[in-house]
Design a protein around this ligand. Structure first.
Ligand SMILES: [Zn+2]
Length: 235
């Protein structure tokens, strides 16, 4: 009964008006519609830590649970997404690159601390958003260790989760992340996570503006997405 082990982890990037860049962006209206869909269908939005805990203990997550995550730490995570999440009472996690904090388009430290106090847990997205498989061992080590240290110093709380930039990881990097003190790491690969698999390769479903369609969102959430994607891909 492998299906019992599936739990969708949604990966958002920016919530806001689309800009002329390559950041996957979901409009506030669509984001709201997606959350309303979850609420209407009685999906239980749980913290990322819920999955980490279940995976670590080898206990299947409850059916009908879903997790919301954000990558990169865009300013809109604080100004647009957080208030909407708050209205629905949904928790989330955001994976940030500390060297981007305070740069134009990204949250400031104050904003990050504010969202962290309001139901959005913070994880690391490495120090410089480096594609780790191409980094030297020393570089990768620094990315993992220093980002964690900086975030913990600024937030005053443990940072135990990691998101690999562009989803890039290797078995060696997984071990390094574990040794650096992380409890779990996620990729940006599409698809639903299966518990009992790897705590250091949690798969996520990349969310886009198109997922405002309730049917497509349902397909993604219900674990048929891999199949759907294969069918969708051009020959
Ligand atoms: Zn990223």
């Amino acid at each position: 009964m492998t299906h019992q082990w599936t739990i969708p982890v949604l990966a958002y990037h920016r919530i806001g008006e689309p800009k002329d860049d390559h950041v996957p962006t979901v409009s506030p209206e669509t984001f709201e519609r997606q959350l309303a869909f979850l609420q209407r269908r009685a999906w239980r939005v749980v913290e990322f830590g819920y999955l980490v805990d279940r995976l670590a203990r080898g206990t299947p997550p409850e059916r009908g649970t879903v997790i919301i995550t954000f990558d990169d730490g865009y300013e809109e995570t604080c100004s647009v997404a957080a208030p909407i999440l708050h209205r629905f009472g949904f928790p989330a996690a955001v994976f940030v690159t500390p060297t981007d904090i305070g740069l134009p388009g990204f949250m400031t430290w104050d904003q990050l601390r504010a969202v962290a106090k309001n139901g959005i847990r913070v994880g690391s997205h490495t120090l410089y958003h480096t594609y780790l498989p191409l980094a030297s061992r020393e570089e990768a080590q620094r990315e993992l260790v220093e980002s964690k240290r900086l975030l913990e110093q600024q937030l005053g709380e443990p940072v135990s989760w990691l998101s690999y930039p562009v989803g890039g990881f290797t078995p060696e990097l997984q071990l390094m992340a574990k040794a650096a003190g992380y409890q779990a790491a996620c990729t940006t690969n599409r698809g639903v996570s299966k518990a009992g698999r790897d705590l250091f390769a949690i798969r996520r479903i990349k969310m886009t503006e198109r997922d405002g369609s309730p049917l497509l969102l349902w397909v993604k959430l219900s674990g048929y997405y891999d199949l759907f994607r294969r069918l969708e891909q051009p020959a």
